[in-house]
Design a protein around this ligand. Structure first.
Ligand code: UT7
Length: 331
């Protein structure tokens, strides 16, 4: 029997740290220049957490805004998922730290690791708990302080990444409601895991002096291969979501893709035969904020008045793993 419950997005919020690192600032750190970065990536600046800020602090600020929009209090929440690859520490989870900061009840809270696809993965998990009727209000956050895992001597990665957080509250509604999450499709190809890695700090390569010497506490990336894979998987994810819902591209109001590189987004729009004006882009301001990128881009576009209530929106993500996924929803 089909479930009578569905998830609606009752609140959204985001937070960008105050400090900004521009392309011109990066020119002073590595051999690069503003023109190359803008032409090859579309990124102009990215935000950086202050030394006092950890991932849970960014998540907390984004969550307060989402709670306010949903007209809910922290005690109304039934579950918290924080999608992140830059947690405050390995344990306890950033979700538990956030739960304590918010002053919630003793609710189910955990981190989800799917890199840049983390937010889409987490929304899908939250949606399952709501569809089954188990929970009523679930907080899903994508939050990262990635700059602490980036080597500012590696010009291929340091130009890309930034910090930020985006939070959504999913609330239970009836399947008669039109503003709901329709579907999620998630994928992973672990065979391509070595294209983007953070080698040290886990059980395989614990921290040691050798780690610091080899600088393996920082992300390492095969950019060109990721680029090609990203275009293919994002395009496939878009087609898959629309085919499953019997929807045409022209019925979709906005595509909100993972914000990695403007050329990736333009190429996906070409392959998907989707108008570029209907692709939300915020990477010029934020850089690649991994799990935070989709909810950040969504909230910035909402604040700008582009995304409006009642619109049909397609989220599409790819990231380390390699992971990928899509969500189709009416906001
Ligand atoms: O969320 C997933 C995370 N990762 C990604 O999304 C990364 C996806 N990949 C990319 O965005 C692009 O591949 C990059 C932006 C990383 C690189 O751009 P590209 O157009 O693929 O450059 P490339 O690797 O083909 O390199 C072209 C040239 C090389 O010089 P040579 O060998 O032609 O002399 C690079 O050394 O550009 C050079 N280069 C740079 N030059 C100035 C690489 N990085 C820089 C830089 N500034 N920052």
């Amino acid at each position: 029997m089909a479930s009578e419950f569905r998830s609606k997005v009752s609140g959204i919020g985001s937070y960008l740290p105050e400090k900004v690192l521009t392309n011109f600032d990066l020119e002073k750190l590595v051999e690069t220049n503003n023109q190359w970065i803008v032409e090859r990536t579309g990124i102009e600046r990215r935000h950086m957490a202050s030394p006092e800020e950890a991932t849970s602090d960014l998540a907390y600020k984004a969550t307060l805004k989402a709670l306010d929009m949903a007209n809910l209090k922290a005690e109304d929440l039934d579950m918290i998922i924080v999608a992140t690859v830059s947690p405050d520490q390995i344990m306890p989870s950033t979700a538990c730290v956030l739960q304590s900061k918010l002053g919630c009840r003793n609710i189910f809270s955990f981190d989800l690791s799917a890199a840049c696809s983390g937010f889409v993965y987490a929304l899908s998990v939250a949606d399952q708990f709501i569809r089954t009727g188990v929970y009523k209000n679930v907080l899903v956050v994508g939050a990262e302080v990635l700059h602490r895992f980036v080597n500012y001597k590696d010009r291929e990665t340091c130009i890309l990444f930034g910090d930020g957080a985006g939070a959504w509250i999913l609330s239970r509604t009836s399947n008669q409601d039109e503003n709901i999450i329709f579907s999620s499709h998630l994928h992973a190809d672990g065979n391509l895991g070595d294209l983007f890695v953070l080698p040290a700090g886990g059980s395989k390569i614990p921290f040691s002096e050798a780690v610091l010497k080899a600088e393996s506490q920082y992300v390492k990336m095969k950019g060109r291969e990721i680029f090609k894979n990203a275009v293919r998987t994002l395009t496939d994810c878009c087609h898959e979501a629309l085919a499953a819902n019997n929807v045409n591209p022209n019925q979709v109001d906005w595509l909100v893709p993972h914000q990695a590189n403007l050329r990736i987004l333009e190429s996906v729009a070409d392959h998907f035969e989707f108008p570029k004006e209907k692709v939300i882009v915020s990477l010029n301001e934020t850089g690649n904020t991994s799990a935070a990128s989709i909810p950040l881009a969504f909230d910035l576009a909402y604040q700008e008045g582009k995304i409006k209530r009642g619109q049909l929106i397609l989220l599409a993500a790819f990231g380390a793993g390699l992971t990928s996924g899509s969500i189709l929803l009416r906001f």
